[in-house]
Design a binder for this molecule. Structure first.
Ligand code: NI
Ligand code: MN
Length: 231
């Protein structure tokens, strides 16, 4: 599994010959080294409707033909925007796609779609467990700490967890380290920090806290790529 970070919560995951894009906030993302016009994807997984996650999903899906996977409300919104391939899910449900198995997990956050005419209901926000090519990834999405992360870790032995550490809108480094303790991933990658002043954090502080909880922390700079070997 090859993981490329675009800053904030945007990742391109290549696994089993497929490209899976998470939360493609690219053109408005001050940290992203790529533009929406430059990425290729087979699937786009959206954790919630906020602009810093939904980003350029519709434009990328229309150009590449990628399948958008999101909660029912966001999937329907994308379809109404002219995206041909959408797949709606909801919390606790899993589905086997041609690129891997995806289960939608809950997240403690909010979700709305910001349009020029105001905010639309975006359903509940979520995260994803992705299992592909023998590797399990957990993307927590935007969330505060919640005890049921323990259950997610129990049901799905996690190779790599993507956790927000920015604080203010999501977990901060201390709570994210507590999430590591409950999820028990082999590796953890911090996200959702340093994009804006309000979420400035030192990822190395988090890395030290995560190490105490038994996970190797892989801090990725925007544009950086890392390969996780199959166990
Ligand atoms: Ni959000
Ligand atoms: Mn966010």
């Amino acid at each position: 599994m090859r993981i490329r970070y675009f800053g904030h919560s945007a990742f391109l995951v290549e696994v089993g010959g497929k490209r899976i894009l998470f939360d493609p906030f690219l053109n408005g993302n001050p940290l992203s080294p790529v533009k929406a016009e430059e990425v290729e994807a087979d699937a786009i997984l959206l954790t919630h409707g906020h602009a810093d996650h939904f980003g350029d999903a519709v434009a990328i899906a229309k150009r590449t033909g990628a399948l958008i996977v999101a909660n029912h409300e966001i999937a329907t919104y994308c379809q109404n925007q002219g995206v041909e391939n959408v797949h709606g899910m909801n919390h606790g449900g899993g589905y086997k796609f041609d690129f891997g198995y995806v289960k939608m997990t809950p997240a403690w956050h909010t979700s709305s779609i910001e349009t020029p005419d105001g905010m639309l209901y975006g359903g509940h926000p979520g995260g994803f467990v992705l299992r592909a090519d023998g590797v399990t990834m957990y993307n927590a999405g935007d969330t505060g700490l919640f005890r049921d992360m323990e259950l997610i870790g129990e049901l799905h032995p996690i190779d790599v967890a993507l956790l927000p550490i920015g604080d203010n809108y999501t977990m901060g480094p201390v709570d994210a380290a507590h999430a590591v303790k409950m999820l028990k991933p082999r590796y953890v990658i911090p996200m959702h920090y340093n994009t804006f002043p309000v979420i400035e954090q030192d990822p190395d502080t988090f890395a030290r806290l995560a190490a105490k909880e038994g996970a190797k922390c892989q801090v990725l700079a925007p544009g950086e790529e890392w390969t996780l070997e199959t166990r």
